[in-house]
Design a protein around this ligand. Structure first.
Ligand SMILES: [Fe+2]
Ligand SMILES: [Fe+2]
Length: 363
């Protein structure tokens, strides 16, 4: 069978008639005769664009996310009166939002980078679109941190002068967290291009399960109205992100190779180490913190809790984190993924050496 191009070329050759007028436009068949194709597209090129849909459920989730139903500027910020708190309470409240911002404010750049990756690797259309919606949501979550911090400590998280010793400790602790956040970003940039989608999504799922649990519990506990509303809205977004990860993993987990299973085991351990920085207590691995950090952190958490933020006790957080990870375990083990040991919160499994390059998860 001659190809359609060969047929067109034959046709063009048979029909070529010399033009009597050299300035007349050439006819399409004449042009087609001389047409050539460009060199093959390079790997990682975002073109040619196409719009495949292999997971209709993802398209439905994306459709439901087009309008998140809330916006940071529409929350009742006017009900947050900084004068209703003591200076230490203000510092402590802003402190917690600053720690959160190390996670949630990396979201916009992290997911934007991941979204570009989905174009480069020619993922199906709804995967790319879902990453877009998660990026948009994360910009909103960052704005919540921004508004909370700026209302309580204008110029914060760093560009303000605290007037009490506890306030100065808060600022110092936050500096150290940003230092570690910068190290996370360096690792993430290397990891995102290196890992296949199944591995990235397992890591992302970990962050989403953890954050959905965190915000839901704080929504129930806080006594500060605008924070209650914020926790509700952000928690709903995080639950949707969790649904996106699950829909993708349903398709990808049955196709894992042994090498991928091995990488996932390592990443779960790395994810625990990183995310514990907000969900529980920052472990020694990865986190570079001075000796003053932990005692200052416990004092600040107590003051923020007393001011009504809704921070759970360490024991409650340990139980929440454990519950989230056991859910992950239940999802992964049927696909032959061995779970790492997380003795800090009472989960048995294989002992895994920590490698900072394995850190990929985010809120
Ligand atoms: Fe999220
Ligand atoms: Fe988020």
């Amino acid at each position: 069978m001659p190809s359609s191009r060969a047929k067109a070329e034959t046709l063009a050759a048979n029909m070529r008639v010399p033009s009597s007028n050299p300035s007349a436009a050439p006819d399409p068949l004449t042009l087609l005769y001389g047409a050539t194709e460009p060199p093959p597209f390079k790997e990682g090129n975002i073109f040619p664009l196409e719009w495949r849909c292999e997971t209709p459920k993802l398209q439905q989730i994306y459709d439901s996310a087009r309008d998140p139903g809330w916006a940071p500027n529409r929350l009742p910020w006017n009900t947050l009166d900084p004068k209703a708190f003591t200076p230490d309470q203000r510092y402590a409240l802003a402190y917690w939002w600053s720690l959160l911002s190390v996670f949630d404010s990396s979201g916009p750049a992290v997911f934007a980078r991941a979204m570009i990756h989905t174009y480069e690797t020619h993922e199906e259309d709804p995967v790319r679109k879902c990453f877009f919606s998660v990026t948009r949501d994360e910009v909103n979550h960052e704005e919540i941190c921004q508004r909370a911090i700026q209302s309580l400590t204008p110029g914060g998280p760093l560009d303000y002068e605290p007037e009490t010793p506890l306030g100065k400790l808060a600022r110092n602790n936050v500096l150290w967290y940003y230092h570690n956040g910068g190290r996370y970003w360096e690792g993430f940039k290397k990891g995102v291009g290196k890992y296949p989608l199944a591995i990235l999504f397992t890591s992302f799922l970990m962050g989403e399960v953890a954050s959905a649990t965190l915000f839901h519990s704080m929504y129930l506990r806080t006594t500060i109205p605008v924070f209650k509303e914020a926790f509700k809205c952000v928690g709903r977004d995080e639950a949707r992100h969790m649904g996106i990860c699950l829909a993708i993993l349903e398709r990808l987990l049955p196709q894992l190779t042994d090498a991928m299973r091995e990488q996932i085991t390592r990443q779960i351990r790395a994810g625990y180490v990183f995310l514990s920085g907000i969900l529980y207590e920052p472990p020694e691995q990865f986190w570079q913190l001075p000796e003053t950090w932990r005692p200052a952190h416990w004092m600040l958490e107590d003051v923020a809790r007393g001011a009504g933020l809704g921070i759970l006790t360490r024991e409650e957080r340990r139980e929440n984190w454990r519950g989230s990870l056991l859910k992950m375990k239940g999802l992964l083990e049927p696909h032959g993924v061995e779970f790492p040991g997380i003795p800090e919160i009472g989960i048995d499994g294989r002992t895994i050496a920590f490698d900072p390059d394995d850190i990929v998860p985010v809120f």
